[in-house]
Ligand binder design. Sequence first.
Ligand code: GZL
Length: 318
Amino acid sequence: MIRKLTLGASLLATACLMSSAALAQTVGFSQIGSESGWRAAETTLTRMEAEERGIDLKFADAQQKQENQIRAVRSFIAQGVDAILLAPVVATGWDDVLEEAKEAEIPVVLLDRMVDSSKDLYLTAVGSDLVHEGRVAGEWLVGEVGDADCNVVELQGTTGSSPAIDRKKGFEEGIAGHDNIKIVRSQTGDFTRAKGKEVMESFLKAEAPGSICALYAHNDDMAVGAIQAIKEAGLKPGEDIKVVSIDAVPDIFQAMAAGEANATVELTPNMAGPAFDALAAFWNDGTVPPDFIQTESKLYTQADDPQAIYEQKKDLGY
Ligand code: GZL
């Protein structure tokens, strides 16, 4: 905590200087890439939130490579930006560059994923409870299958990312104590549709025909890719194989409306709004935000009028 206060104190001096200067802030945003519809929406909304606040946003797309993110953060530091937004592709390997930002007295705010670095190396983190999301998905499947045997295949997110680690943990907690539900295959689909389809094809070839009861995908994009593979295998997604995933992007609601997907857990793509609000308070009078600003998670199923939700969401930048 002492170190956090030290960071807070040194950054406070900067904040107070800035509030008197009332400068238009420049913020560097190191974005993971555009691997999913959700990620695209997060980028769109971040740009909109910055524009609404008169923030000059410098954007860097890392194409899902950590080395590109570290390079971008160092470039933002060299440019002397007023703050850095970082959506960290994986959870490890950030200490050095976060230390450099701290030395430069530039506050860093994490978006949608976490890092294993000490909390005094970033101002705050905005995200969902990723374990809870996985648990909600697992508990939904328990309710869906009851006592029937159910072999589950799992499409994991990017290896080493906090959502892949935590959503797996949460799902296993959700099905714990229900030995009739077993995860029989689990592999990364890297959060993309293409890889989700490819890995689902391998699951379908590897498992006895008709033996897969459900798919749990760490995001909707992999689920949408897998749905295509299930159909090409002559099976009915949503019926022969139940489909539960996370994000609540428009296309999963379209699949639900067609009876091809069953449930999704919503993740808001607007992480930047709370991030910029925390930065504004910090710049204004040095208010230090909580370590973690949690966004909500909501379960949607076919009972929630998926077509209407698709119509509401389809123009929101996904
Ligand atoms: C989760 C976020 C994930 C989304 C995916 O917080 O990092 O990254 O669920 C995206 O769609 O690739």
